[in-house]
Design a protein around this ligand. Structure first.
Ligand code: NI
Length: 179
């Protein structure tokens, strides 16, 4: 299988409420995660949700690698497989920053997100994950988990004056740089 096709905004499969994973540590799950990793790395993404490749499951992967050329100045987020996630905001503070999405290629928008969150869930083996994070890490998790609820980042935007084409907003950024 390897690299899969990434669905683009407008595809109704991106708007579904994803189903919980019930079988952990299975061959099917491990193969799916391998394909998602291959797909994310091939696209230089910071994260990928299963619905983006048409798989209706509550599964996201994310993580920045030290040499991701797309985020040279952003903090490293540990490579993570997160299954059946639950996000709880810690406090009422929000912050706005630029996001892109592999399902919305060529565009960027400024999106308000909770500044600090706790997220819980499981890894692919069924072992629990429980982290409290802020900043870019918190943003990536909120963006990816939104995909499991059929929400794409433009749906979170409140100010569409901060929405546009990457090469116009950020001249010099390579055209293929989308989240
Ligand atoms: Ni996305």
């Amino acid at each position: 299988m390897g690299v899969r096709e990434i669905l683009k905004m407008g595809d109704p499969r991106l708007l579904r409420m994803a189903q919980p994973v019930t079988d952990f540590d299975s061959d099917v799950l491990h193969l799916l995660i391998t394909d998602m990793l291959d797909t994310m790395l091939a696209a230089n993404g910071a994260g990928l949700a299963a619905p983006q490749i048409g798989v209706d499951l509550q599964l996201v992967i994310f993580g920045s690698h030290a040499r991701n050329p797309r985020y040279p100045d952003r903090p490293v987020v540990p490579p993570t497989v997160l299954v059946n996630p639950v996000i709880t905001p810690m406090g009422a503070l929000e912050e706005k920053d630029w996001e892109g999405c592999l399902s919305v290629p060529g565009l960027r928008g400024a999106v308000p997100r909770w500044s600090c969150i706790r997220y819980t869930g499981f890894d692919q083996y069924g072992d629990p994950i429980d982290r409290t994070v802020d900043g870019f890490h918190a943003r990536v998790v909120q963006h990816e988990c939104d995909h499991l609820m059929g929400t794409l980042y433009p749906m979170r935007m409140r100010d569409f004056t901060q929405f546009g084409y990457t090469e116009v907003l950020f001249p010099g950024t390579a055209a293929d740089q989308d989240d």
